[in-house]
Design a protein around this ligand. Structure first.
Ligand SMILES: *Cc1c(COP(=O)(O)O)cnc(C)c1O
Length: 400
């Protein structure tokens, strides 16, 4: 039996059976659907992309996987080198893992050990944002702030080593005043909080966060698992404000395979680079640096660079703004748009009951959650396809 994610197995409605997928389309036996979710925001080049397919098959012909313990290979090194040169500043030191959650765990462990290696044992605490989502493993759940995902954690009570604040500069300043001696890091999903409800906030918050982290010697972690590779309209938010540790996932492999990276700055790496074996980073996911995933990531980055993707995303944002201009409804609390993300927040989750089937009939796959009806489309989408996704969203309210 297949146990599905985030579902009450007893009452869930049966999922759609996908038999083929190409470009922005998912195919069921009797319907062709635009995937407005990009398979959890990862399939940025669409399905069955010939370049990605070729990279994968080519690597399968050599070897699919060898571990990085005591062994090395070109795909993993090439990807690490590519990311080092492609990412801003001195974000040069790349640690791979198999999923975003694990990569965030690695970032949090790195931040803690960064201080331990320097003899500072009191830096045990994490500053994080309200409505944050950083993954489903235990420490990422603690850094997260959403009982809808993490209610099981309540069994332990609140984590005394994690402090949550709203995305307001005054709250940020207050938290640094209060906790700076015990903080090892501030972790944020920069500009766009995804699973916590597609919440968008201002760059000035991140700029002030950078200043305060510098002032108090606290590491700044950007969890760009969702926002990386253009989703906010910027290549990475790290291009605007540089973190000390950057976490990438989801779109890293173009959505073909699970892989993620925790990229540390030279300063962070230097705290581990030592004659003392205890100062090593003791982490090593079995499938880190998987050769297939690394080849896919290299091919995906090349597509992103050569295909003028930031221009594509600008067009997606412009079309979205045009189509959603003037859209309002008593059941709609807010419409939020940033880059390749649009979210219609409604007044009550019940407003969205039945939307998925409604969209299916109109050739769109959508998966609203709680109060949030959203689209994060593949960047290769054509204008008329995007308009169809947005028309479908608006049409739902026309009948109410
Ligand atoms: C999806 C997500 C994660 C977790 O990634 P997985 O690959 O699902 O483990 C972490 N952080 C953010 C911001 C995410 O959106």
């Amino acid at each position: 039996m297949l146990w599905y994610p985030y579902e009450q197995m007893k009452t869930m409605s049966p999922p759609y059976e996908i038999v083929d997928a190409e470009g922005v389309y998912l195919y069921t036996k009797d319907q062709k659907l635009i995937d407005s979710v990009s398979s959890w925001w990862s399939v940025i080049h669409g399905y069955k992309n010939p370049v990605l397919d070729r990279a994968l098959v080519d690597q399968v012909g050599k070897f699919s996987h060898v571990m990085l313990g005591g062994l090395s290979h070109a795909p993993a090194r090439d990807l690490a080198d590519k990311l080092a040169s492609w990412l801003p500043g001195d974000l040069d030191c790349c640690f791979f893992s198999d999923s975003g959650s694990v990569a965030v765990e690695v970032a949090l462990k790195m931040a803690l050990q960064y201080y331990l290696n320097q003899g500072q044992t009191g830096r045990t605490d994490i500053l994080a944002l309200e409505h944050a989502y950083h993954g489903d493993t235990f420490k990422t759940m603690a850094a997260g702030d959403d009982p809808d995902y993490h209610f099981v954690l309540q069994a332990y009570g609140p984590d005394p080593h994690v402090h949550h604040i709203p995305t307001e500069i005054s709250a940020l300043e207050e938290a640094f005043q209060r906790y700076h001696q015990t903080l090892n890091c501030l972790i944020v999903e920069p500009l766009l909080q995804g699973a916590g409800g597609m919440r968008m906030y201002d760059l000035s918050f991140l700029q002030r966060a950078r200043e305060l982290c510098d002032q108090y010697g606290v590491l700044l972690i950007f969890d760009e698992v969702a926002t990386g590779f253009g989703r906010t309209g910027h290549r990475f938010v790290a291009d605007l404000v540089q973190p000390d540790i950057l976490v990438l996932g989801k779109a890293l492999t173009g959505g073909y395979l699970g892989h993620a990276a925790t990229v540390a700055s030279r300063k962070v790496f230097a705290a581990f680079y030592d004659d003392n074996p205890d100062h090593a980073l003791m982490h090593g996911p079995t499938f880190m640096g998987n050769a297939l995933a690394c080849r896919l990531a290299l091919a995906s980055i090349q597509l992103f660079e050569e295909g003028n993707y930031l221009e594509k995303i600008r067009t997606i944002e412009a079309v979205t703004r045009r189509e959603m201009a003037g859209f309002a409804h008593p059941l709609v609390r807010e419409v939020r748009i940033l880059g390749g993300c649009v979210c219609v927040e409604v007044t009550d989750p019940a407003v969205l009951a039945g939307y998925q089937a409604f969209a299916y009939e109109r050739g769109v796959f959508s998966r609203p959650f709680l109060n949030y009806l959203y689209a994060m489309v593949p960047y290769i989408i054509q204008e008329e396809e995007l308009v169809r996704v947005l028309e479908t969203m608006k049409a739902w309210f026309a009948r109410r």
